[in-house]
Design a protein around this ligand. Structure first.
Ligand SMILES: [Zn+2]
Length: 113
């Protein structure tokens, strides 16, 4: 099918790998900022959160992003990237552009918020 809508898997993979590097770099910076032992007790961590809340939140987001990127890279390898996991239809190109790690088409994502 040469209709111009087939996802360019090589480009997607490059994009995801570049994004991954970006996050890893950011995480490394955050870890440097958090260069203190993190309290295991959440109640004790409240005051720490005042100082490190943003960095900790970024860290958690980064971990989720990395997991999503790894999953997307795995789907590229398996040849299922850009295919909705709910209905099996191709995910809209614009949606994939905006959210390269998405696993659902616009309709399915909207169906359950
Ligand atoms: Zn779908």
């Amino acid at each position: 099918m040469k209709d111009g809508t087939t996802p360019d898997r090589t480009r997607d993979e490059e994009r995801l790998l570049a994004w991954r590097d970006e996050i890893l770099e950011r995480e490394t910076r955050i870890e440097a900022e958090l260069d203190q032992p993190v309290s295991a007790d959440f109640s004790d961590a409240v005051t720490e959160r005042e100082t490190h809340g943003v960095a900790e939140r970024l860290g958690a987001i980064g971990m989720r992003e990395l997991a999503a990127i790894d999953a997307a890279l795995e789907r590229i390898r398996l040849g299922t990237y850009g295919i909705c996991r709910e209905c099996g239809d191709p995910i809209e190109a614009a949606r994939l552009n905006a959210m390269p790690t998405t696993t659902e088409c616009l309709e399915c994502a909207g169906a359950h918020g």
